[in-house]
Design a protein around this ligand. Structure first.
Ligand code: NAP
Ligand code: GDD
Length: 355
């Protein structure tokens, strides 16, 4: 019998990579999607379009972390062995604009997931393993460098505060109800599937579009912030490894290296062949945060030692992967923008229209 996994946040960056990983390991994968007025499953299209997988080993259910009933029903329908709680309002800047909502989803939503896990574990008499997406944002104004599992938290945003609540709740459920519940304290991780409003992807998307003449400038906020950036594909492996351990625990997942937003720009623009990134980048107060996390640097020694995990993609590999992807995406965007249906040909044919 294949194992059954239930993923919240499956339509997001990490959820989509985790679904790829678990399907490749023979799992049946169930995920929550939210009802929206337009499609929100672009990162899952390769599974949705695959008749060997869709509704055979890969299933999507409507639900929302704010709606306990929908969560409970999905547990009942799917009877999961492993639960990965990745769903969140995950944008730090947006959490200042929507603090209550962020608390409801990232904090109380986590409580809904833990309650449903506890209820089903008791009801079914089988162990359910639970993963909580904790965040390096919990360290906020960092109290030591590098940060380990024992570093004191000092969150600097409503998002960070909600994640601290979810983190401590998960530990509390582990200790109170003997749940196999683990927290991954993941440092920033990126990929070609990263949301376009997070800084790395915003930069690589802009590079492709500037190169194609589709935009002139890149408008950023604080370019001095330092982050420990890794590759999302590597980080979902760490999530899975945590749930394969005999004992649940908490782990920092990071590369152990950090660079600034400015240095990321330098690397990415120069890899794309656009010298002097400064001529394209402007800063605007609009993208600064009421309170900033100046630096994050993780120490992943425990994950390396206990899980046997290590990152495969370094910062230069990550930059290359993202820039290559977004150069190609912008090239396609350029083609579509400059193509007009031709009168001479069949209307389904297009030609480049240089004006
Ligand atoms: P993401 O791309 O923003 O994806 C977030 C996911 O959560 C999406 O599938 C989103 O659905 C879903 N979601 C949002 N609100 C929801 C709600 N009310 N009910 C149910 N689902 C909801 O984020 P990510 O980068 O994959 O991150 C995954 C998790 O790891 C998040 O919890 C994030 O906070 C945490 N984390 C991320 C990083 C990182 O660097 N990426 C680092 C540490 C921790 P829609 O597609 O419908 O919006
Ligand atoms: N988003 C964004 N947009 N950030 C900018 C910009 C901009 O135009 N300009 C500068 N920055 C700076 C931010 O101020 C921050 O210091 C840094 O770039 C990284 O911002 P994000 O990419 O938005 O990521 P984050 O570090 O705030 O949060 C991400 O990582 C956390 C883990 O540390 C998110 O994925 C969180 O969900 C995650 O928990």
């Amino acid at each position: 019998m294949s194992k059954v996994a239930f993923i919240t946040g499956i339509s997001g960056q990490d959820g989509s990579y985790l679904a790829d990983l678990l399907l490749s390991k023979g799992y049946s994968v169930h995920g929550i999607i939210r009802r929206s007025s337009s499609f929100n499953t672009a990162r899952l299209e390769h599974h949705i379009q695959n008749p060997e997988v869709y509704n055979k080993t890969f299933f999507l259910h409507y639900g929302d972390l704010s709606d306990y009933n929908s969560i409970y029903n999905i547990f009942e329908k799917t009877n999961p062995d492993e639960v990965y709680n990745l769903g969140a309002q995950s944008h730090v800047k947006v959490s200042f604009d929507m603090p209550v909502y962020t608390g409801q989803i990232d904090g109380i939503g986590t409580l809904h997931m833990l309650e449903a896990t506890k209820e089903h574990q008791y009801r079914l008499g089988k162990q359910i393993r639970y993963y909580q997406a904790s965040s390096s944002e919990m360290y906020g104004k960092v109290q030591e460098v590098p940060q380990t599992e024992n570093t004191k938290f000092y969150p600097r945003s409503p998002y960070g505060c909600a994640k601290v609540y979810g983190h401590h709740l998960t530990i509390n459920y582990r200790e109170s109800y003997d749940l196999h519940a683990s927290c991954g304290i993941l440092f920033n991780h990126e990929s070609p599937r990263r949301g376009e409003t997070f800084v790395t992807r915003k930069i690589t998307r802009a590079i492709g579009r500037i190169y194609q003449g589709l935009q002139k400038n890149l408008v950023l906020g604080n370019m001095d912030a330092l982050r420990d950036w890794g590759y999302a594909g590597d980080y979902v492996e760490a999530m899975w490894l945590m749930l394969q351990q005999d004992t649940p625990d908490d782990y920092v997942v990071a590369t152990g290296n950090m660079i600034s937003v400015r240095e990321f720009c330098e690397k990415a623009f120069s890899y794309a062949g656009l010298k002097n990134y400064e001529q394209y980048v402007v800063t605007d107060e609009r993208y600064f945060r009421p309170a900033e996390v100046d630096q994050l640097l993780g120490n992943p020694e425990k994950a390396k030692r206990q899980l046997g995990w290590k990152p495969k993609v370094d910062i230069d590999g990550l930059v290359r992967m993202m820039v290559d992807h977004d150069m190609e995406l912008a090239r396609k965007e350029f083609m579509i923008k400059h193509m007009t249906p031709t009168k001479q040909h069949n209307h389904s044919k297009y030609e480049i229209h240089h004006s």
